[in-house]
Design a protein around this ligand. Sequence first.
Ligand code: NAG
Ligand code: NAG
Ligand code: NAG
Ligand code: NAG
Ligand code: NAG
Length: 440
Amino acid sequence: MAVPGFTLDVFIFLLHISSVANYPNGKVTGSCHGMVPEHGHSPQSNPVHRIAVSQNTFRPGDQIAVTLSGPPFKGFLLEARNAEDLSGLPIGPFTLNDSQVSQLLTCEDIQGSAVSHTSSSKKTEIKVYWNAPSGAPNHVQFLVTVVEKYKIYWVKIPGPIISQPNALPFTTPEASIVPLSTLHPVSHLTKSFNASDCGNKKFCIRSPLNCDPEESACVFLSFTRDDQSVMVEMSGPSKGYLSFAFSHDRWMGDDDAYLCIREDQTVHIQPAHLTGRSHPVMDSRGTLEDMAWRLADGIMQCSFRRNITLPGVKNRFGLNTSYYIFLADGAANDGRVYKHSQQPLITYEKHNVTDYPKNIGGSHSLLLLKVHGAFMFVAWMTTVSIGVLIARFLKPVWSKTFFLGKAVWFQVHRMLMLTTSALTCVAFVLPFIYRGGWSW
Ligand SMILES: *[C@@H]1O[C@H](CO)[C@@H](O)[C@H](O)[C@H]1NC(C)=O
Ligand SMILES: *[C@@H]1O[C@H](CO)[C@@H](O)[C@H](O)[C@H]1NC(C)=O
Ligand SMILES: *[C@@H]1O[C@H](CO)[C@@H](O)[C@H](O)[C@H]1NC(C)=O
Ligand SMILES: *[C@@H]1O[C@H](CO)[C@@H](O)[C@H](O)[C@H]1NC(C)=O
Ligand SMILES: *[C@@H]1O[C@H](CO)[C@@H](O)[C@H](O)[C@H]1NC(C)=O
């Protein structure tokens, strides 16, 4: 009797599977963007480790020796980034001097764009080489996160800035405090989004259905088509991040996603793609224009514009066709996002957001999953128990009454047991229908 209950538990457990917290093997690609270890303690403030470089100017093609040194440490994550956009993509590739103690990581889809430890053994010095790529920005800064032990670590220790010889000197100290690129200006919104044009000029997805983002805690996503581009507005109550994704199917994987991530008192707007059920991989922000955000009264708002088709851009879907749309929110810390706290909202069918504007909602739990749970519950909590109780207590009472040639208690007991088997079979098959076949 415990077996189908167990199947249900395993099924639910697989839906809620989450990331592992500690990485002595240095495979920390989940921390690539925020460079924050998933240790859940506060980072230290005064760094004691430093990065040294073999030269302060570079040309594309140069190889620069980068040395991290300091008191004994167990783990590290080293990246190079555009000094004018420190929350942008890492720049690589690095090459290793000693593959015993260091390894290359593929961060944000760029091979060798970060270096980490291979074990938690103590080290005092790590040497690697950074290879200046042809499209390198004018000023590149090295950043490192160092873990001395589990609870003691420093995040994004700023390292030296190296520059191309003909570049203007890197003089703006504000640029390292407010790491926003001048290429993608991000502005402030001044008021809430409104739903007055929903179904008229805007394609709107709202939860609860038809809520008003100006008045209540409403999860709001709208698309406004404008010739060759689409203006996207998203808002909702969130202290961490809000996100939506376009998907070919009703489960996560190979999706085109957009996240608005809270970092202290600002919001970072970030395109990403999802591979399977793992952490989103952040992509370049170069495809988004007119980015703007606002944080007020616990509501996060962000908006941006995107071309309907982006020929030649990897991971961004063309918006001239129909997709399922997912909406999710969750916690974020220092730019790192954590798995959504509840099942994402998913539209009931595929929609073409650039076609005529509609007003739609979605559902957090899929009907099939609900039916699966309900059938398992009915089968094992009620019919079995009643069947057993009848056999135990009504057998002496009903053994003299007959129905279709058998004692009534036995007929009722048998009927309940057959119902249980039937419900269990149906409930067992539903997950396979949901995934469209066998799935790991
Ligand atoms: C570089 O690697 C060589 C061996 O591969 C080692 O002898 C040398 O100490 C390493 N240099 C640093 C700074 O780690
Ligand atoms: C709704 O928002 C639009 C901009 O998206 C603005 O032009 C319009 O005036 C707003 N309407 C109301 C009623 O606030
Ligand atoms: C969007 O399209 C316009 C012309 O339609 C083009 O000038 C612009 O570069 C495109 N933007 C991106 C990010 O591809
Ligand atoms: C969408 O746009 C792309 C690129 O312009 C084109 O190749 C594709 O056929 C279009 N699809 C539809 C359904 O219009
Ligand atoms: C989606 O809508 C756009 C704009 O109306 C249209 O050009 C395109 O053909 C539509 N795509 C599909 C698959 O219906």
